[in-house]
Design a protein. Structure first.
Length: 87
């Protein structure tokens, strides 16, 4: 079984009623009704094309690809054992 890589897209919108159109493009991970934004997960291979579609909607203020997937989360190689740690 292959795991498809996913990419999150952060979308700021103006009307909550129109969010149903975005459900067709991917999986909504988080929706903030007060701050009018949502996080949408899409396949990483289709992220750029999906972002163009999202930006074409009238109710979308801004949309961008989240840099979270590209951030480094493993810092083991930066840690070096010192004499103090060995005691």
């Amino acid at each position: 079984m292959e795991i498809t890589e996913r990419q999150s897209i952060v979308i700021f919108f103006s009307h909550l009623k129109k969010v149903t159109a975005l459900k067709k493009l991917g999986d909504i991970n988080y929706l903030s009704k007060e701050m009018h934004y949502l996080i949408l997960y899409v396949n990483r291979a289709d992220a750029a094309e999906t972002l163009k579609k999202i930006r074409s909607f009238n109710f979308v203020r801004t949309a961008y690809i989240s840099p979270r997937a590209d951030l480094r989360v493993n810092y083991d190689e930066d840690y070096t054992i010192t004499e103090e740690d060995e005691q």
